[in-house]
Design a protein. Structure first.
Length: 365
């Protein structure tokens, strides 16, 4: 019954992006700021009729800005979504920042080592990731060959023994420490998945057990030969080449969807998007404080119109047609200002849903 009471269409929500301007995870495709100088754009957004019609914005606005990547950013390359777990600033001007990234989902399942060895140096999975899997990545996106930088791997066992030393990988997986340090970015996996940290060595718990992530996100250890554990690759990429790869993808996508003559259905702004762009423009032009005061003023005018209606209803004072027309006008003004408050203070969908559910409870539905 609650579902029947909530027929309102709510704005689309984003699972991978949080807008610091709109104060919420609102889909960038529904935001009018994407045609302006948005400082924190989502690369998945679509171009609009306004941006295509502006000769100064023939390409995506975001392409006119230097791409930056920060902790938690997600991007799509070589058919996979990747998330930035660590950024190493360029040591000198003119050199590129480095981003350590991990696939957001398991790519396949495989044993850590077919011979049940927990030393990542010797693991069959390491050979598979840096051989067959890497070849497939580069075949999908040739520019990755120049973007990938070998990643230093610390193979200290979970019990502190350093018998396995360290190594360099083009493609790797997380250590147990890296997983702990970035735990907030890792929702519980659908399947158990490998880490590269051994539980111990021949001096302690043996040469078989490897650390892995349970489906509830906690850590465990098991024998390296198990073949149904998930594999989530990680690699280090040069920021400048990664940016050029993503820019090229966006230009290709823009060329594919840009119409030869006139607007293209499904790509141009919807009426809702155009309306929201007007609200955003009003807030930007007149300022937040002025629009908040205007909202208070319009709500006061609606209060007055409603009080006149009650006087007419109870005491037949005034002209009914004029009073109803005034209520209609003031309601429209208030709704317009409420939408501008949405721009200023961010999405309020969760609270709105909670209030509607409370109303359903009061109505006994």
């Amino acid at each position: 019954m609650k579902g029947d009471a909530m027929q309102k269409t709510y704005p689309r929500r984003c699972n991978i992006f949080n807008c610091d301007r709109r104060h919420g995870n609102i889909c960038c495709a529904d935001c009018g700021y994407r045609d302006k100088n948005c400082k924190n754009p989502c690369r998945h957004r679509q171009p609009t009729a306004r941006s295509r019609g502006n000769k100064n914005q023939e390409e995506f606005t975001m392409q006119e800005q230097k791409r930056t990547f920060k902790y938690g950013d997600v991007f799509h390359v070589a058919g996979l979504d990747w998330i930035v777990l660590r950024t190493t600033p360029a040591p000198t001007p003119g050199r590129s920042d480095l981003h350590f990234c991990e696939a957001t989902e398991d790519v396949f399942q495989a044993p850590f080592d077919e011979n049940d060895c927990n030393d990542w140096n010797k693991a069959s999975l390491r050979k598979q990731l840096n051989g067959e899997f890497l070849d497939k990545l580069i075949a999908e996106c040739p520019s990755l060959k120049d973007a990938i930088v070998p990643t230093y791997r610390d193979l200290t066992a979970d019990d502190g023994l350093r018998d396995y030393g360290n190594c360099l990988d083009n493609v790797t997986m997380l250590t147990a420490d890296e997983y702990r340090q970035t735990r907030d970015l890792h929702p519980a996996p659908e399947h158990w998945r490998w880490l590269i940290t051994p539980d111990g060595t021949s001096k302690s718990s043996g040469t078989s057990f490897v650390r892995f992530v349970y489906s509830d996100g906690s850590l465990g250890n098991n024998s390296a030969y198990y073949g149904n554990w998930g594999v989530r690759p990680a690699l280090t990429l040069k920021s400048d080449i990664l940016a050029s790869i993503l820019d090229a993808e966006d230009k290709k996508r823009a060329a594919e969807i840009r119409p030869a003559d006139g607007p293209q259905p499904g790509v141009d702004e919807t009426p809702e998007q155009a309306e929201m762009a007007l609200y955003e423009q009003a807030v930007e032009q007149f300022g937040e404080s002025a629009q908040i005061l205007m909202a208070v003023e319009e709500m006061s005018e609606l209060q007055k119109a409603l009080l006149k209606y009650l006087r007419f209803k109870d005491h037949e004072q005034g002209d009914e047609a004029e009073i109803l027309a005034a209520i209609s006008e003031e309601r429209a003004d208030v709704e317009i200002m409420l939408n501008q408050l949405h721009v200023i203070f961010g999405d309020n969908t969760d609270m709105e849903i909670a209030k509607l559910e409370h109303l359903c409870e009061l109505l006994g539905e």
